[in-house]
Design a protein around this ligand. Structure first.
Ligand code: NAP
Length: 370
């Protein structure tokens, strides 16, 4: 006689699952926005859809969201409380042992009946959690509020899919598109509100990268600072690319993080090395030669252009040779966001065709900022 299959667990309706997923996004947002790991939240529900426990990931080396939620559950309700529960997670549970164990196995061991996630894990080593769960007869549903999850994971997801850091190129330019005056001076083209916006965005990156030309011309500190000039809590690693030596007295050598120096022009290799060091978001601050090389190589995911109502004229254009020889070769961009910052205008754009958008780009907004 054929074995009788176990009855499938009663699936919860969408409304409580979507509410739990939204709560999981909110929990995930408590995690660090920079670093190698994604921000993930997890909500554990009883069979009737009521809340059992919740958790989130606090950064590399700490428990993943699912394990955090399971630990909270055990602490509150005892070791068997997860039996028959539904785990609602913003990202597919991981399947690999890194600094912590695989979440898929933790959920299986805890006895959950069902796992619902928003976004599939694109990681080369970490994906496959859904398959492992299904193989253990757990009911798995992926793609719940997937668009929200994709927007929430933003730069991290793009980096994971591309297998290299998410690259933002920023420049400040006069209305006639110059990044410096004819003598090379460029401080300052934009006003204080625009520069504060740059510092805030620097702090959200893992690394800030410039060419040797900018180091030699401007001696930038490459720190993220507030309006009073004080260091922000999060400081990206400073990176200098180019064969010329950085002087011993350069301000970048006094950065609170150790600077990385790459004496090369191989930008893909630089990004690969940074990725291997856990860098997921790179903020390129020029100058024009290096920025142009990144554009020409097709290695830019986002553009931040601060336009000041001033004219500089002369040869120092914001971008030089980007490999466009004729109009049909132009690099079309899509504008995500427009904002006035004091007297200046910020344009956030990304290459067409549309790639997954970053969190800052969920709506196009034209507003007058501080
Ligand atoms: N307005 C702004 O937002 C802004 C921002 C930054 C700088 N600036 C201004 O820009 C000027 C400096 O810019 P810059 O264009 O002279 O220098 P840069 O772009 O900062 O550095 C150029 C150098 O980058 C290195 N490099 C590494 N990989 C490369 C590659 N694949 N292709 C090309 N170069 C590569 C080369 O260094 P090696 O020759 O050493 O190998 C090259 O000479 C200054 O006037 C500064 O004030 C303006």
């Amino acid at each position: 006689m054929a074995p009788v299959a176990a009855a499938a667990p009663q699936a919860l309706p969408d409304a409580p699952l979507e509410a739990a997923m939204r709560r999981a996004f909110a929990l995930a947002a408590n995690g660090p926005a920079t670093g190698v790991n994604p921000r993930v939240g997890c909500v554990l529900l009883r069979a009737d859809g009521t809340l059992l426990a919740e958790g989130w990931h606090r950064g590399a080396g700490t428990p993943h969201a699912e394990v955090d939620a399971l630990r909270n559950l055990v602490a509150q309700h005892g070791p068997d409380a997860a039996r028959g529960a539904t785990a609602v997670v913003t990202l597919e549970p991981c399947n690999h042992t890194g600094r912590t164990g695989p979440c898929a196995q933790a959920l299986i061991d805890a006895g959950v009946a069902r796992v619902v996630y928003a976004v599939a894990d694109p990681g080369r080593h970490s994906s496959g959690g859904a398959k492992t769960l299904r193989a253990a007869d757990i009911d798995v549903r992926g793609g719940l509020l997937e668009a929200d999850g994709t927007a929430f994971l933003g730069d991290w997801l793009v980096a994971a899919r591309l297998g290299r850091p998410f690259v933002t190129v920023k420049w400040a330019a006069s209305l006639d598109g110059r990044a410096a005056a004819s003598d090379g001076t460029s401080q300052w083209i934009t006003g204080t509100p625009a520069r504060l916006d740059v510092h805030r965005r620097r702090a959200a990156a893992d690394a800030i990268l410039v060419g040797t030309g900018t180091v030699l011309a401007d001696d930038p500190a490459l720190t993220a600072r507030d309006a009073a000039g004080e260091l922000l809590p999060s400081q990206p690693i400073p990176v200098v690319v180019g064969r010329r030596a950085t002087p011993d007295t350069a301000a970048v050598r006094r950065h609170p993080r150790d600077a990385h120096f790459y004496a090369t022009d191989d930008l893909a290799a630089v990004l690969a090395d940074l990725a291997a060091r856990g860098i997921r978001r790179v903020f390129i601050e020029g100058g024009p030669t290096l920025a142009s090389a990144f554009v020409a190589a097709g290695l830019v995911d986002e553009y931040l252009v601060y336009l000041a109502p001033t004219l500089l004229g002369g040869p120092r254009v914001a971008l030089g040779d980007i490999g466009v020889e004729t109009i049909t070769g132009q690099r079309r961009l899509a504008i995500d966001h427009l904002e006035q910052l004091g007297d200046d205008v910020l344009i956030v754009a990304r290459p067409r065709p549309l790639s997954p958008i970053s969190p800052s780009s969920s709506s196009t907004r034209i507003s007058k900022g501080a």
